[in-house]
Design a protein around this ligand. Structure first.
Ligand code: ASP
Length: 719
């Protein structure tokens, strides 16, 4: 074989291998609702028509699906009853708890409607409609714009389009979602419910059974469910919490199917997945793998240890951190899983190979070369810059999000600066009509303040700042961090003299001007003011990068679609999506196979009695041992199914999503993924992508026999 022929065979082979690999990554199954009518639902396994799933001008299944505090939930009764995850109400539950009324540990049950407990901070959103607004959002963008100007132009149009939509639809919330950066934008209108109440939350040893050991793991035996209720004003309009409010009457609620599903059955999910990164270039993945995931996971691990230590002898103190430790642990383990997966998949390497083939494709035509020739290089250069700046930038992010008082000072100063601008130039949160809500949230964050914790967190960040390499130093912090003693002196003085621990003062200061705040001479406000130019420079850098990405990214997507002869589904972005699959086991490692349904037998096996995650209530164990399954047993397994596993495409935000059978009946509540599936967010594969739900039979069995909440079963029409 001559060399030319040899090379062409080899490059042909490379292409075949690449195409096969690309195939592996091609199963992006998070379909926006705009795609539903394009799918051949029957052949996929649905026994519903597209209109029954989503009807733009009528009632359909999506009217039963809600976004609840960043998670997903679904209406399961005509009286505004919503089912979601235990971990989705955890924050509200811990806000309502004290050592005396420890709902986190013992769970919560409202004996009557009047006893339902306010779920502070929780709101519900229901998708009402959507409209492609790409041309409106991009209308001010010109070729000659500098990157930062481009970002500003896009953001300005997003604000204006949102504003116009809210004016045209009073009472609704409008949000523009970026589907493909710089290319596709969709305006969503949401109905909002602001009065949400806790109805039934099982004990922690059920709802969080297995704790962090089992988080992101299959097999699973966690009863991760809870019930809340949506309330509105008597006239049906959204209203803040009030005794006079009445249960919301949803346009549609789900039928609960107490018979559940079995292995190989078709299931689908409607929900609000948060973020995925399937369509990102190698530089993005490298940034995540080399710096972001590791830096954050390490810092969270440190925080978890520190906070656990502080609360170990005092439940009242520990309660302040329960929710925070839980979310830190959740993210940390997820990031560790992702890092492991990225390594095992050699994803950066694969992306580089993909980009090499893409480059060859681009260079194969003069026209393509002219249009797309520099795209990959420019995109990846942005991520290279982010890698170089990461130590400093990721630390700066922590300073204004981790320690409460400094975050609060930065928040007050930012609010004052934004509020000083004309109304139409302010971001949504600072506009007059939203500002009350912003204030309430700001004040609520005071609840979990505990000085020794806050001091310890800030001390650690200052120490880390002192260790930054010369090129990354934050010079505004230099005098504070020149020695351990200097840090201690600053902490002593600041925590001893600040006014930012007072709720009343914060309320006042939320209306102060920038000058007013500066003249207070509060140590944390002083620091926030001093750091403002640093954050301004960071915001400018991010604006510039975002401008470059939004200019290049549409070209990248276009040429990749041409190359792969495919039309991409946009990455998850917190908007309503459909995904489907089957109840299916998997093999995470050589010689290991996991079957897809767990049962009460596993709860008994794991219940060592150790609190707080393995001390299963005696009542539950007794019922399980005696085989008191009622109508909820799985015949073949001869036990109550607890967890189910399936190969749909989900991510964070899908927590609480209804898992439905082919007819759209509720058969489970999604709450997690298997460890290997944490890598989903970058690359989906049928071989490892598995999501986990609590089986509806376990939900109903616990509710009836352990909780004794017969009225809920009646309300859902189950018994
Ligand atoms: N456990 C996740 C959540 O909290 C769900 C997931 O990421 O699969 O949203």
């Amino acid at each position: 074989m001559n060399l030319g022929r040899f090379l062409s065979v080899v490059s042909g082979l490379v292409l075949v291998i690449l195409a096969a690999r690309l195939d592996v990554f091609a199963d992006e199954g998070m379909y926006p609702i705009s795609e539903i009518h394009k799918l051949n639902l029957k052949s996929l396994g649905f026994e519903l028509s597209a209109d029954e799933l989503y009807h733009p001008n009528g009632v359909s299944l999506i009217d039963a699906i809600v976004n609840v505090g960043g998670c997903t939930g679904s209406f399961v009764s005509a009286e505004g009853l919503v089912i979601t995850n235990h971990h989705c109400v955890f924050g509200a539950l811990s806000n309502a708890s004290s050592a005396e009324h420890d709902y986190v540990t013992h769970g919560f049950l409202a004996a009557t409607r009047a006893d339902e407990l306010r779920a502070t901070g929780m709101t519900i959103r229901i998708t009402e409609s959507y409209r492609d607004v790409s041309s409106e959002i991009l209308s001010d963008v010109t070729e000659s714009m500098l990157p930062a100007e481009r970002t500003k132009a896009i953001q300005k149009r997003m604000r204006e389009v949102t504003e116009e939509a809210e004016k045209a639809h009073p009472g609704k919330q409008a949000l523009v979602a970026e589907m493909f950066a710089g290319k596709t934008y969709v305006l969503f209108l949401y109905a909002q419910i602001r009065d949400v109440r806790l109805v039934y939350v099982p004990q922690r040893a059920i709802g969080e059974f297995g704790g962090e050991d089992d988080n992101w793991v299959w097999p699973r035996h966690t009863g991760d469910f809870s019930f809340v209720r949506a309330y509105v004003a008597p006239d049906g309009s959204p209203a803040e919490y009030s005794k006079d409010n009445v249960p919301y009457k949803p346009r549609r609620y789900l039928k609960v199917n107490p018979n559940g599903v079995d292995e190989n059955d078709f299931v689908f999910i409607l929900g609000y997945p948060g973020r995925t990164f399937r369509h990102q270039p190698s530089g993005f993945i490298r940034y995540d793998e080399q710096v972001r995931l590791k830096t954050i996971a390490d810092f969270y691990e440190w925080q978890i240890r520190f906070l656990e230590q502080l609360g170990k002898d005092d439940r009242e103190i520990a309660l302040k951190f329960d929710s925070r430790i839980k979310s830190l642990s959740n993210v940390m383990k997820n990031y560790r899983g992702k890092l492991k997966g990225l390594k095992q998949l050699h994803l950066v390497q694969r992306k580089l190979e993909e980009e090499k083939a893409l480059t060859e494709f681009i260079e194969g035509s003069a026209e393509r070369k002219r249009t797309y020739g520099s795209v990959l290089k420019t995109l990846n250069a942005v991520y290279d810059e982010m890698i170089q700046q990461a130590d400093r930038e990721l630390l700066l992010d922590q300073f204004v999000s981790t320690p409460t008082l400094l975050s609060r000072a930065a928040m007050l100063y930012r609010a004052a600066l934004e509020r000083a601008k004309p109304e139409d130039e302010r971001p949504a949160a600072y506009k007059d009509k939203n500002y009350d809500r912003f204030k309430q949230n700001a004040i609520r964050s005071l609840q979990q303040y505990y000085e020794p914790a806050d001091k310890g967190l800030l001390r650690e960040l200052l120490r880390r700042a002192a260790l930054l390499p010369e090129s990354a130093r934050i010079k505004e912090l230099e005098s504070l961090t020149r020695s351990d003693q200097a840090i201690e002196d600053f902490l002593q003085k600041s925590y001893g003299s600040t006014v930012l621990t007072s709720e009343d003062r914060i309320k006042e200061l939320l209306d102060a001007s920038p000058d007013g705040l500066e003249s207070l001479r509060d140590p944390f406000l002083n620091l926030a003011v001093k750091l403002e130019p640093v954050y301004k420079a960071l915001a400018d850098a991010r604006e510039r990068r975002s401008g470059i990405l939004s200019r290049e990214y549409p070209l990248y997507v276009d040429v990749k679609e041409q190359f792969q002869k495919a039309k991409f589904i946009p990455d998850a972005n917190g908007t309503l999506r459909l995904t489907f699959g089957r109840i299916k086991g998997y093999s995470p490692a050589d010689a290991v196979y996991y079957s897809p349904i767990s049962t009460l037998a596993g709860v008994i096996q794991k219940s060592s009695g150790e609190p707080p995650f393995y001390n299963t209530p005696e009542k539950l164990l007794k019922l399980a041992r005696e085989g008191m399954y009622g109508r909820y047993a799985h015949k073949r397994l001869n036990s109550v199914p607890v967890g189910i596993l399936y190969n749909t495409d989900t991510t964070g935000g899908n927590s609480g999503s209804p898992v439905m059978n082919a007819r759209g009946e509720l058969v489970g509540v999604n709450f997690d993924r298997a460890y290997e599936a944490t890598i989903n967010d970058y690359a989906w594969s049928d071989s490892y992508s598995r999501s986990i739900a609590v089986d509806i039979r376990y939900v109903l069995w616990v509710t009836k026999y352990v909780g004794g909440v017969d009225y809920l079963l009646k309300e859902m029409g189950v018994e």
